[in-house]
Structure formats: structure tokens, C-alpha cells
Design a binder for this molecule. Structure first.
Ligand code: DGL
Length: 277
């Protein structure tokens, strides 16, 4: 039994979709979340910059005595997962493998024809081809259709997920996907699970939407069990949130993601910590 918290981080508020799922299936675990709200978005930044940011965050989470690290950000998972693993002794998981495995498992096989999987994410995630390569490695016969949808992040953050703006933006980005008869679509960005309703309407519920957040939470549970580091069962887990800019803004947008008000939000400029070392 291990009462240390699980460390979860994201470029900003979007990783709360992963926190929500972890909390749902692991109610006794403590969670320490870091959102890099001062430096979001990561989706248009370069690999060296994202890797440096990630290590600063990991250093901070280590000082919070976490027992494992979840990179809840798709962009950071795509560009920095191996780099983070090389720089910490803690178990680290990203969101890509869980999402890919779920897509291949859930996409129905129709008359033995190849599976058609769509992937949508930030520019950096799609450009890295992390999802595309992983899908092909696990199922060389599948066809992958990937598309960056950068405007979805601000739409979600502005609480416009169910608006006409979301609908028009979906049409603009995904019109070409309509005729593809996709079997599954991976929502390869922390923010996109909040667009599920609009996506279901767009695809007439004919495409299975793969929410990496749900799948990642299941993988967290597996890792805790495999490493024998689960929290005791007779306790209520707590959540603490750290952000690199304005706790007030995080509380406001974060409550949309978690569907309840957030307390215990603290300011933590992680780069200062690193430069003080
Ligand atoms: N968290 C990022 C992701 O999942 C989206 C926001 C950003 O660009 O930083 O890719």
C-alpha cells in the first residue's frame, strides 16, 4: 500500500479530463495536478522547448513525492514521453498508447476489411506522427487519417463546445472525414472529449469516438496494481492543483471540465524552482 499521490500534468487545464476519469475509477488515490497555464499552448511549440518544460514539471512533481507520473497532454506525450522516462525513476505513462489500443480494440471489424481510424489533435501531435506510427505498428493493415484541429482548444476553453461556432469549425476541419466511413476517431487532445456531443451529431453517431482520458485512467489503475503501489482502500482521495499562472482563471475554466467547483489551486512557477537548483 502506498499513500503517495499520483502526479498528473498537462500544458494547461485540459488534462483535467484525465483527472476526472482517474478520480472516477480510483476514488482512494490522492492526485497532484500541474497545469502549465503560463506557457499553454504546447501544440505549436518545438520539441526541445516542450521537453524542457516537461522536465521542469517532473522535477516539481518529484518534490511533491508522487509515486507515478501521468503525462495527460497529448502533445507532450507525443514529443517528450521517452525523454521524461529517461530522466526519472518513477513509472511514467502518456496518453497515446492507451488511446491507440482502445481504438484498435473498439473499432469493429467489418467483413474482415482493414480498419479505418481517424486521429485529430494539435498541429504538433499530428506532425509528430506518434499516433499514426503506433497504430501502424500494432495493426499494419489499418488505414489512418490524421488531421490537426487547432481551433478546437480555444473553442472548448471559451465554453463554446455546443455552439454554432463549434459546429462550423467541425464542418471546416472534418468535412473530408464524412465520406471516409471511419470505424473510430481518436480524440488525441485533452480538450476534445468536451466536443463529443457535437462530434456525435456531426458523424450521426456512426463513428466510435475514442476518449484517451478514459483509457489512460484504466492504464493508471493497471500500473498501480503491477507496481503494488495502490492506496489503501479505506480512504477518500484528495485533489491538489498547481498552475504556473492565475489560479483564479484555472478555477473558472477547470470547473467546466470537472463539472464541480475547484478548490486547492496554488500558483507554482516551476521554472524558478529549476533555475534555483
Ligand atoms: N493539452 C494539449 C494536448 O493535449 C492541448 C493544448 C495545447 O496545445 O497545449 O495536446
Amino acid at each position: 500500500m502506498d499513500e503517495r499521490p499520483i502526479g498528473v500534468f498537462d500544458s494547461g487545464v485540459g488534462g483535467l479530463t484525465v483527472v476526472k476519469e482517474i478520480r472516477a475509477i480510483l476514488p482512494t488515490e490522492d492526485i497532484v495536478y500541474f497545469g502549465d497555464t503560463a506557457r499553454v499552448p504546447y501544440g505549436n511549440k518545438s520539441i526541445p522547448v516542450i521537453r524542457r518544460f516537461c522536465l521542469e514539471i517532473v522535477n516539481f512533481l518529484e518534490t511533491m513525492k508522487v509515486k507515478m507520473i501521468v503525462i495527460a497532454c497529448n502533445t507532450a506525450s507525443a514529443l517528450a514521453l521517452d525523454h521524461v522516462r529517461r530522466n526519472t525513476v518513477l513509472p511514467v505513462i502518456g496518453v497515446i498508447d492507451p488511446g491507440v489500443r482502445a481504438a484498435l480494440r473498439k473499432a469493429p471489424s467489418v467483413n474482415d476489411r482493414e480498419k479505418k481510424i481517424g486521429v485529430i489533435g494539435t498541429r504538433a501531435t499530428i506532425k509528430s506522427e506518434a499516433y499514426q506510427k503506433r497504430l501502424k505498428r500494432l495493426d499494419s493493415g489499418c488505414s489512418v487519417f490524421a488531421k490537426p484541429c487547432p481551433l478546437f482548444v480555444p473553442i472548448v476553453e471559451e465554453n463554446l463546445s455546443d455552439s454554432i461556432i463549434a459546429e462550423q469549425t467541425l464542418n471546416m476541419y472534418l468535412d473530408e472525414f464524412r465520406s471516409l466511413s471511419l470505424d473510430a476517431l481518436i480524440l488525441a487532445c485533452t480538450h476534445y472529449p468536451l466536443l463529443k456531443k457535437s462530434l456525435d451529431i456531426f458523424f450521426d453517431k456512426k463513428v466510435i469516438l475514442i476518449d484517451s482520458a478514459e483509457e489512460t485512467a484504466l492504464e493508471v489503475a493497471e500500473i498501480l496494481k503491477a507496481h503494488r503501489i495502490s492506496a489503501p482502500s479505506e480512504r477518500n482521495g484528495t485533489d491538489e492543483f498547481y498552475v504556473s499562472d492565475s489560479p483564479e482563471s484555472f478555477m473558472l475554466v477547470g470547473s467546466q471540465f470537472l463539472k464541480h467547483p475547484l478548490d486547492k489551486v496554488f500558483l507554482e512557477p516551476v521554472w524558478q524552482r529549476t533555475s534555483e537548483k
